[in-house]
Design a protein around this ligand. Structure first.
Ligand SMILES: Cc1cc2nc3c(=O)[nH]c(=O)nc-3n(C[C@H](O)[C@H](O)[C@H](O)COP(=O)(O)OP(=O)(O)OC[C@H]3O[C@@H](n4cnc5c(N)ncnc54)[C@H](O)[C@@H]3O)c2cc1C
Length: 273
């Protein structure tokens, strides 16, 4: 039987340098856990047929803590995130998100770098990383650059990443304040998000929404109103700052109402006392 997979031209890289050379010299597309790639291949929505498998590059799988930040290797899976004492301690909202991504099989295979690069507005790790002011570390054969996650997406499924670049890691500065995460889907787990939200109630409140616009959104007017302690003004601003659509999973009207409800819930759940 001929399948989408039988048509693949695949090379396996055993180091980051080898993978970067294959991206540049042979214009290959990276595959990490392949949980998005295989779906796209089977749906016929993925054009490239020449791939480089980066799954075996262990140096991209580390999760480590530095004085001022957490560094999560692009190949860290959700299971790695859930099991990491550093992530549990420093970024518990990412652990909450990881627990709700797919089931255990997906969590064992799907990577955080793949979630970012795939650029779905419904990617569950993205609001967490946006609210945490995370930075995406990109590398090609010529060098490395850092891009704030909030600057990484330029439109629907469009990013600033070049075709010869790999996401190497995600850097997350220490987060000060209470962390909060909610995913609204058809079921509690194993469902793509209708709305996904992450917030931090620190010295300046931060909140990010997924599935309500072409890219993950950090609504700055909403955050400014929260900083002023005015939740009603924040709710009004949020309604202006998101641009949900009707689709298979939900309606724009539902997404708008629930986003505002979640904003209010974030605010009351994280109030001190
Ligand atoms: C059954 C099922 C359930 C799912 N449930 C959820 C869910 O609840 N929430 C959610 O957010 N997602 C979900 N997903 C989607 C998917 O599992 C995630 O987006 C996952 O994080 C993708 O990681 P991956 O390593 O499998 O990516 P891959 O499929 O290997 O790659 C995805 C894209 O990213 C690129 N890429 C991968 N790694 C890199 C890198 N290091 N540098 C540059 N480009 C790279 C690839 O070229 C490709 O374009 C689900 C998928 C399935 C099949």
């Amino acid at each position: 039987m001929r399948t989408a997979i039988s048509e693949m031209d695949l090379k396996r890289a055993s180091s980051t340098d080898e993978a970067l050379r294959l991206l540049r010299d042979e214009q290959r597309t990276p595959i990490a856990g392949a949980t998005d790639v295989y779906v796209a291949l089977n749906f016929g929505t993925l054009v490239p047929r020449r791939f480089v498998d980066i799954w075996g590059i262990d140096e991209l799988r580390d999760i480590s803590a530095r004085i001022d930040r957490l560094i999560i290797g692009a190949l860290a899976t959700y299971t790695d995130v859930i099991r990491s004492p550093e992530v549990r301690r420093r970024l518990p909202m990412l652990v909450e998100a990881a627990r709700l991504i797919g089931g255990p099989q997906i969590q064992n295979r799907a990577t955080i770098g793949g979630n970012i690069a795939n650029a779905s507005p419904a990617g569950d790790s993205l609001p967490v990383l946006a609210a945490a002011d995370a930075v995406v570390v990109l590398r090609n054969v010529d060098g490395q650059r850092r891009v704030a996650l909030t600057e990484f997406y330029t439109g629907y499924r469009a990013t600033v990443m070049r075709s010869d670049e790999l996401i190497i890691a995600i850097e997350v500065p220490w987060v000060e304040g209470k962390q909060w995460f909610r995913k609204v889907g058809t079921r509690a787990a194993q469902a793509i998000s209708k709305i996904v939200v992450a917030g931090v109630r620190g010295p300046s409140p931060r909140i990010a929404f997924g599935s309500v616009a072409p890219t993950v959104v950090r609504p700055r007017e909403t955050e400014a109103a929260l900083a002023a302690g005015d939740i009603d003004a924040a709710a009004a601003a949020l309604a202006r700052e998101i641009a949900p659509i009707d689709d298979l999973r939900s309606t724009a009207d539902y997404r708008r109402r629930v986003s505002v409800n979640l904003l209010r819930r974030f605010w009351s759940d994280t109030a001190s006392g």
